[in-house]
Design a protein around this ligand. Sequence first.
Ligand code: NDP
Ligand code: 13P
Ligand code: ZN
Length: 348
Amino acid sequence: MFDKTTWIKLPRNVLVGHGVVDELSDAVAELPFSGSPLVVTSPTPKRLVGDRVCAQFDDPATVTVSEANFAAVERVIDAARETEAGFLVGLGGGKPVDIAKMASDHLGRGFVSVPTAASHDGIVSGRGSVPEGDTRHSVAADPPLAVVADTELLAEAPWELTTAGCADIISNYTAVQDWQLANRLKNVEYSEYAGALSQMTAEMLVDSADSIKPGLEESCWIVVKALVSSGVAMSIADSSRPASGAEHLFSHQLDRIAPGKALHGHQVGVGSIMTAYLHSGQKGQWRNIKNALESIDAPTTASDLGLTADEVLEALTTAHEIRDRYTILGDGVNESAAEEVASVTGVI
Ligand SMILES: NC(=O)C1=CN([C@@H]2O[C@H](COP(=O)(O)OP(=O)(O)OC[C@H]3O[C@@H](n4cnc5c(N)ncnc54)[C@H](OP(=O)(O)O)[C@@H]3O)[C@@H](O)[C@H]2O)C=CC1
Ligand SMILES: O=C(CO)COP(=O)(O)O
Ligand SMILES: [Zn+2]
């Protein structure tokens, strides 16, 4: 008997464009929600666009979070219960969106993602990432039922947030290579469809690199579409594998060693340069990844990230301990090999 079952959870309405934040209530009206939302946001997005969002609903409650942690998720769960919110709106960067996502998953109430920064693919995906103890990587959580990405707002956000989103997508190259390697060596289940979608997303972004420039609203359009596509690849795989390999392990380890120094996307971009080298050596595609990152003005070195060489080397040699996910790092890169890859690629 054929006994394979796949359950792919995807957003239903995805709005991307100039001024679409004012269409949030229309996007929501089509969804199986009732009542008013709880708007989960953080200080800057609240100041920038909170009133425009709240004005579209009947007396919505708001929770402002400033840290991504489980206490904040609990606070949001309590507020949603107290206010009998019908659904949650995550308004902001990855932090409030993830907190809303985790709380809505716990409550079994839907949520809508309204990103104000195109900083990584978590704004779309069925993955939630809230640090707990030593854990930094994402866990499964229901994806947003709608994503409303206003390119006018996103284009006004600091440019580095957008380049971080680009770098998160460029890192899909090495994530897919790691996934294929794990399939060959460890028989890890691999989805051709999700792998191809993720790789194509990275290729399309790199092909558009010339159109990705600060102040150009079209750049945000390109990046958001790529983030959506990467999120879909993760939903198809029911795993972050298509978009997260050794370069993400390196970034998660940096979040423990040197917290708050650099953005997620920027860290994975630099990680991707090094893990591409580990995959294929001098003649491999690490130069293409580095060139692509340079062309959009994303960091390519330890000092661009505000990190010391020692921090990079420590993260690279210990990244394999982050989670049970087989990658090119195998059972660990030793110190001299780490120094070689980081110096040949110009990271240190
Ligand atoms: N779910 C997933 O798969 C993933 C989740 N993550 C998580 O996402 C978070 C990081 O995401 P990131 O977006 O960088 O983090 P934040 O939400 O912290 O946003 C970064 C900064 O940008 C500010 N900001 C947001 N929008 C604007 C805007 N339009 N204009 C000016 N400033 C703005 C924020 O302000 P303020 O300080 O007021 O919030 C904050 O200071 C982490 O918690 C990480 O764990 C990361 C990768 C993947
Ligand atoms: O950031 C992600 C994909 O870009 C999620 O990956 P992790 O599961 O490693 O947190
Ligand atoms: Zn990522």
